[in-house]
Each structure stands twice: as C-alpha cells, then as structure tokens.
Design a protein around this ligand. Structure first.
Ligand SMILES: C=C(O[C@@H]1C=C(C(=O)O)C=C[C@H]1O)C(=O)O
Length: 360
C-alpha cells in the first residue's frame, strides 16, 4: 500500500532526527581531532583527508543521490566540523558576490571567515602576512586563458598551492532597469569584458566598456547610477538589488575559471597523496635550440603526464620565458620524484608551486 503524504513526511522527520544525531556525533569527533591537533601543533585543514572522505563516500554511494550531491553535502558537513576545530580565514578578490568568493565557498564550504581583498596582489599579501590563513586566486579561464597577474605573483611569493577548484562562470548584464536601453557604460573586470565581447559587440556596440577592479565592484557602481550596467553573477544581482537585464552573456556557454588555493607552508605543508594529485611548478631553461624539447624528455622517460604548459615572459628583455607546468601524480610516487629530479637538473630556474589533490 502506498504511503500518504503525512506518513512520508513523518518518516522524513524521523530520518532528519537520526541525521541530526549522527552529524552531532561526527562534529564531536571532529572536535576531539581538533584537541589532538592543537596538542601536536598540526594544521586543522587537511585537504587530502577531505578529498579521501568524499571519494570514499562517492564510491560507496548506492544512490539515488548523485555523486556531486554527495560531494556538496559532505563539503558543507566537513566545513562545519572544521569550523568547530578552528574557523579558517580565507582571502579572495572581493567585494562580496565575486566568483572568487564563490570559488572559496565551493572549496572550503560556507563555514569560513571571509576576508575580501581589493586586488589579487592583496590576496597574496594578506595570506603571506597571516591576515588570512588561505587565499583563493583565479589562475586560468577557459575562454581567455591565463590570469597573468596571478601567474606573475606566484614567481616570488612565499605561498604555495594546496588545492584547486573550478567554477562554471556565467556572466549577466546587471542594472537598475530591466532593459538594454539608455546604457552609457558597462563596468566590469577586464576578464569579464573580454569573455563577453561578442555579446557586447552585437548588443551594445557603441557603449563604453570601463574596466574596474572586480565584477562585484562594477555591479556596486551600477547600483549607484541608472545609466551604468555591470557584468556579474546572479549572486551579485541579489547582493546589490539589480535586475538581470540579460542572462548568460558570456561568449562561451561552458566558460570555466580555475582557482588555486594558496597558503604559507607553515599553515599547511604539502598535502599527502589523495590518489588524484597534481604538482605545479615554474621553470626556465637556458635560451638555446631544443631547450623546451629537453624539458619534456624526463616526463616521457618516467611516464608522467603533463596537463598544463604555459609560458610567461621573464621580463629580462631577452625573449626569455618562465614555463608553468602541471604534472599528474604526487612526489610520493617514485616516477614523479625521478621526473622532477631530472627536470631540475636541466633548468636555470626551478620552483615547485605545490602538490595538491586535483579539484572539481
Ligand atoms: C576532522 C578532521 O579535521 C578536518 C575536518 C575533516 C572532517 O570533517 O572530516 C577532515 C579533515 C580536516 O580538514 C581530520 O583531520 O580528520
């Protein structure tokens, strides 16, 4: 016999009470872990452990919940448990409502102390100075390529990468009126203006495009002037009380941005192997024929795959470059260590930016 609505809801209420008891039990255990860590002086946040918890549960998941539901639910549970051990302060390019904030919450869950910063430089500075324990910075966009400022700052920073996450970035045109009429300027971060240039050329060809420090700042400014529009997320529309005058105006429907999570090595040392890991490094090679080819030889020899290869000018005026390389694997695997050692021997400059579990 099928159950009535009232019976089903009563059953759900009973399950929720069981969940509540189980979650509080879990939180109490995490609190005990916190006491142990405090006594040992070891870090609260252990991304490889969190990745392993999520992987384990996804593998054990009988459904009907989907794998990504399981990941999202447990990320929030672990965020709340971690906050009981000690709330983590996380810096990102602000103000509230930016994609960087969204990336921070996607990675750490929402139980964090938010430290919005006025620029990417400031995220690095605040994290290096200890104002925040972690920083979240954009590194690459699927339409526009690298975020040059972040890559350049990696070169000299004492911070290292301990995690990554990527977001589907949907840009909307936001303004006070729900129309495209009488717009004098569109204000957004240069990356967003670039990612929407096809739409802007087609729909607002004669309107001034003004670069501002973040999309959320553009949205904030649009809320102060009816002739201005911003390009930002749905959340920024809610945050600043604006209409979405045009939805999803980015030129690439699958526009994604990848973010790196950074911290001082004393906050968190290189995460242990999670099973799906990545090593990021910057190298430069002497400017001679075949030098770039030589970098690839150790990787081929030791069977290590490279998932990223970017170049940035070394600013020496000599047409020299730094190469940003991502390798798959973890230094606990002998072939990865062997490839890194061979590579180091070839390079004029060699810096490991971090070893971390692969993100979404
Ligand atoms: C509880 C721990 O601390 C944190 C919280 C975790 C959790 O809630 O499962 C996992 C890893 C840590 O980030 C732990 O290290 O086991």
């Amino acid at each position: 016999m099928t159950k009535t609505l009232a019976e089903l809801r009563a059953a759900i209420d009973a399950v929720d009470r069981e969940l509540l008891a189980a979650l509080n039990h879990r939180a109490a255990l995490a609190n005990e872990v916190g006491d142990l860590k405090r006594a040992e002086g070891t870090p609260v946040f252990r991304p490889e452990r969190e990745a392993a918890v999520i992987n384990g549960l996804q593998n054990a998941n009988p459904g009907p919940l989907k794998e990504n539901n399981v990941a999202n639910i447990w990320r929030e549970i672990m965020s709340a448990c971690r906050a009981l051990e000690a709330p983590q302060r996380v810096a990102f390019l602000g103000p509230a409502g930016t994609f960087s904030e969204q990336a921070a919450v996607q990675f750490f869950g929402s139980s964090i102390e938010r430290v919005p910063c006025i620029s990417i430089d400031e995220v690095f500075r605040a994290t290096a100075a200890g104002t925040a324990q972690f920083g979240v910075v954009p590194v690459e966009n699927s339409t526009e390529g690298v975020v040059a400022r972040s890559l350049d700052l990696f070169l000299n920073t004492p911070l290292h990468i301990v995690g990554e996450t990527s977001l589907l970035v949907r840009h909307n045109l936001l303004r006070q009126a729900n129309s495209l009429k009488d717009i004098e300027a569109v204000l957004a971060h240069p990356q967003a203006l670039a990612q929407c240039q096809g739409w802007l050329n087609a729909h607002l060809p004669d309107v001034e495009r003004r670069a501002v420090s973040s999309n959320a700042e553009g949205a904030r400014l649009a809320s102060t002037n009816p002739a201005w529009a911003g390009i930002a997320s749905d959340r920024a529309a809610t945050e600043f009380g604006l209409h979405i005058a045009a939805h999803a105006i980015q030129d690439d429907a699958f526009n994604r941005t990848r973010f790196a999570v950074v911290c001082l090595p004393q906050t968190l040392n290189a995460p242990e192997a999670s099973g799906k890991d990545c090593v990021s490094l910057i190298v430069s090679v002497p400017n001679r024929p075949g030098a770039v080819h030589d970098i690839l030889v150790p990787l081929k020899k030791h069977g290590v795959s490279m998932t990223r290869f970017e170049s940035r000018p070394a600013r020496s005026g000599q047409w020299e470059y730094y190469f940003y390389i991502d390798l798959q694997g973890h230094p606990s695997q002998p072939q990865v260590t062997a490839a890194l050692e061979d590579l180091r021997g070839l390079c004029a400059f060699y810096k490991v930016l971090g070893t971390y579990p692969l993100g979404e």
